[in-house]
Ligand binder design. Structure first.
Ligand SMILES: C[S@@+](CC[C@H](N)C(=O)[O-])C[C@H]1O[C@@H](n2cnc3c(N)ncnc32)[C@H](O)[C@@H]1O
Length: 319
């Protein structure tokens, strides 16, 4: 049972195959209702979107965005039964305000962002996200990304590469890895990159694979993931009507820190510096955290889907 489930909310419909991460928790967080307007900024295969549409039947509407045309094809199939209530676009969630303006929606009742890459993207070898398959070094979520992982690996300076791998991968061996990449390039495939990383940062027992952090770093950089999150959060606050909810699932500490800090900062009145004992509130708090500690998946969910292991859900309500 979800801790913050409230009486009177329609039970979240269950999806048996490919249930998205923290599915029940997202539906309870957003409390979809008939006639409500919702945004799924990271549609993927449409699992969360479908739950929101079910729970807001018969008239709830959903705007769904994804930069990945393959994700949209999947989501269109999943959401076909809800045609007429869905508005899907191949676009970045960073264009949220513009997308809502196009629809003529002045405000919405709930927004979900399920960050990062989807299982479909990880499991499609030719997308280049996984170091377990041999594929071109691509890693773009969608065609709008201006650089591939190969561009970064082959064109950045050693210093830029080391900084990127350290900052986005939190990799202690970043300098060694950057030096080895520069020496070995041009690199075109995931297997070539894995071999270079393993040559300087060998496998240690059954700890995480040495390429894990470098792959994460390249993916974040290629897709400008952190800047995108920073860009969408203020737009989400503006888009929500009072009482509307924003639910964000992150998968690593860099993403979660941005969301956590933003929620905390927006949860406080902004007071100008004290001047002659007069404090003026420059901006009232815009968000209230629904629960302070992030929600994490149950043991059962992690057993069924090991990728859920690092997921953290934070929920805030517009004040
Ligand atoms: C974890 S998956 C979402 C899965 C989805 N919740 C479901 O139920 O299937 C993340 C999705 O977000 C998409 N994505 C990543 N960055 C994006 C951005 N800036 N704008 C829109 N979509 C983005 C990815 O292409 C991927 O399909």
């Amino acid at each position: 049972m979800v801790a913050h489930a409230r009486a009177g909310i329609k039970p979240a419909p269950t999806i048996m195959a490919h249930q998205p991460v923290l599915y029940q928790e997202i539906i309870h967080a957003l409390q979809p209702h008939d006639g409500g307007r919702y945004v799924d900024g990271t549609l993927g295969a449409g699992g969360h979107a479908r739950g929101i549409l079910e729970a807001s039947a018969p008239d709830g509407q959903l705007l769904g965005l994804d930069v990945d045309p393959q994700a949209l094809t999947l989501a269109r199939k999943t959401l076909a039964p809800y045609e007429g209530r869905t508005h899907l676009a191949q676009a970045s969630y960073t264009s949220l305000s513009a997308q809502l303006a196009q629809l003529g929606w002045a405000s919405v009742d709930g927004i979900v962002l399920d960050l990062g890459a989807s299982s479909m993207q990880f499991d499609t070898p030719e997308r280049g996200f996984s170091f377990q398959h041999d594929a071109p070094l691509d890693m773009r979520f969608g065609p709008s990304a201006t650089r591939t992982a190969a561009d970064l690996v082959n064109r950045s300076s050693e210093r830029e590469l080391a900084d990127l791998i350290y900052r986005y991968g939190e990799e202690r061996d970043s300098r060694k890895i950057a030096r080895a990449i520069v020496k070995a390039r041009p690199l075109h495939t995931t297997r070539e990159l894995v071999a270079v990383i393993e040559s300087v940062s060998p496998r240690r027992g059954d700890r995480v694979h040495p390429a894990t952090r470098t792959f994460q770093a390249l993916r974040i950089a290629v897709n400008e993931e952190l800047a995108s999150i920073e860009a969408v959060l203020p737009q989400a606050v503006t888009a929500l009507g009072v009482g509307g909810r924003l639910a964000v699932i992150s998968f690593h500490s860099l993403e979660d820190r941005i969301v956590k800090d933003f929620f905390r900062e927006q949860g406080r009145d902004l007071v100008n510096p004290p001047y002659e004992q007069i404090y003026e509130v420059e901006r009232k708090a815009t968000l209230k955290e629904v629960i302070r500690k992030p929600i994490t998946p149950s043991e059962d969910e992690i057993k069924m889907n090991p990728r859920a292991r690092s997921a953290k859900l934070r929920i805030a309500e517009k004040t």
